[in-house]
Ligand binder design. Structure first.
Ligand SMILES: NC(=O)c1ccc[n+]([C@@H]2O[C@H](COP(=O)([O-])OP(=O)(O)OC[C@H]3O[C@@H](n4cnc5c(N)ncnc54)[C@H](O)[C@@H]3O)[C@@H](O)[C@H]2O)c1
Length: 346
């Protein structure tokens, strides 16, 4: 019952991604490996690929970055879908070759995310982001994979000049950002004619299923349960929030784009301040938010904003879901989970 409900919610939410019958037919027989398949974005990527006719193997290590039960619930829901196979293991030490047999494209979304936690557990970030990526790249090359798409991050820019352009100087200010940049370089440097690689720099991804450590979800959970919101900083910091189905569209499009060795921004197209987020949340929930103010957090940049020219040119990418619409969907999804007393949203 739980899994059925979860599946319904997710299928509705991926409906922004067009999947025509013809497109699905043309993908039949194509095999993809999705790492981080039980994660927030990885699980959406798996569903979209399956809907598009691909056969998908997912790998996830169910790391302790947040409650692994949340990841297990996503995995259980995915495992019911035709064309989906799941393997459990950490890319940093698991056997990989058998999972790459016949794989045409690798969507590498496994990674230890989160800026703040990275200051206290740097070694885990190196293992899960850098070592894992190096091993995967070597295995992909051995396995004859045609293309690898890496989930990089806007964190590689640090507090750079906005909008961030892919060729701008990169100076990440957190161990997380540094590990993502190192892994991105491993991908782009290892790529070549036999294995084409693309790094997609995602900008703060949100929507149903969002990670429980991310601000938008924490704010909404507090608002819906009468809890207190912790605001780090004065609310003027801005984020280029990107709705998850837009991120998935760009990611899947990268599998067929004739581009290699490049980083490409994937952003939502509009930088929204945290103060604006809280105003919208108060309207969406009809509640008076209780906000505790604290100093800016280490590693938080002032503004993120993506230059989307390259994504438009090379991937035909345009974000479709405006922030207000996407956040309303995330809040509705959370409200439904809380109303049903389903402890673990999927
Ligand atoms: N969510 C965002 O706003 C955002 C922004 C920029 C980049 N990214 C990147 O996108 C990817 C997915 O992010 P998410 O928000 O879905 O995070 P997530 O934590 O929900 O998903 C990542 C998944 O990867 C798994 N994993 C981590 N390290 C692994 C390893 N070494 N081997 C096997 N499995 C491993 C985790 O168990 C988890 O299920 C990450 O690489 C993240 O750095 C995310």
């Amino acid at each position: 019952m739980l899994a059925d409900t979860a599946r319904e919610v997710t299928v509705t939410e991926t409906s922004d991604v067009p999947a025509s019958f013809d497109a699905a037919l043309s993908n039949v027989g194509r095999r993809a490996l999705v790492t981080g398949a039980a994660g927030f974005i990885g699980s959406h990527v798996c569903r979209t690929l399956l809907r598009g006719g691909w056969t998908v193997t997912g790998i996830d290590g169910f790391t302790d970055s947040y409650d692994p039960v949340e990841k297990l619930m996503r995995a259980a829901s995915l495992a019911r879908l035709a064309g989906m196979t799941l393997a459990v293991g950490n890319l940093a030490d698991m056997e990989l070759d058998t999972h790459l047999d016949g794989v045409e494209a690798v969507f590498h979304l496994a990674g230890r995310a989160g800026v703040r936690a990275s200051f206290s557990s740097e070694a885990l970030y190196i293992r899960d982001n850098v070592v894992a990526t190096e091993r995967l790249l070597r295995a992909a090359r051995r396995g004859g994979v045609r293309r690898l798409i890496y989930a990089s991050s806007s964190s590689v820019y640090g507090d750079g000049e906005v909008p961030f352009h892919e060729d701008a100087p990169l100076s990440p200010i957190s161990p997380y950002g540094k590990s993502k940049l190192e892994a991105e370089r491993v991908c782009l440097d290892t790529g070549g004619r036999d294995l084409e690689t693309t790094a997609l720099r995602y900008f703060t991804v949100f929507g149903p299923g969002q990670r429980p450590d991310m601000g938008l979800r924490l704010f909404a959970e507090a608002a819906l349960t009468g809890g207190r919101i912790t605001l780090l900083g004065d609310g003027t910091q801005r984020r280029d929030f990107t709705y998850v189905t837009d991120v998935v569209s760009a990611t899947v499009a990268a599998a067929d784009s004739p581009v290699s060795g490049l980083a490409i921004n994937v952003g939502g197209g509009c930088a929204v301040s945290i103060a604006e987020v809280l105003d919208l949340l108060a309207r969406l929930t009809g509640s008076r938010l209780q906000v505790d103010r604290q100093p800016f957090a280490r590693g938080d940049v002032k503004t993120t904003s993506a230059d989307l020219g390259r994504a438009q040119r090379l991937l035909g990418f345009t974000p479709l879901v405006p922030f207000e619409v996407g956040y309303e969907r995330e809040v509705a999804w959370l409200r439904e989970r809380l109303d049903q007393k389903v402890g673990v949203p999927v």
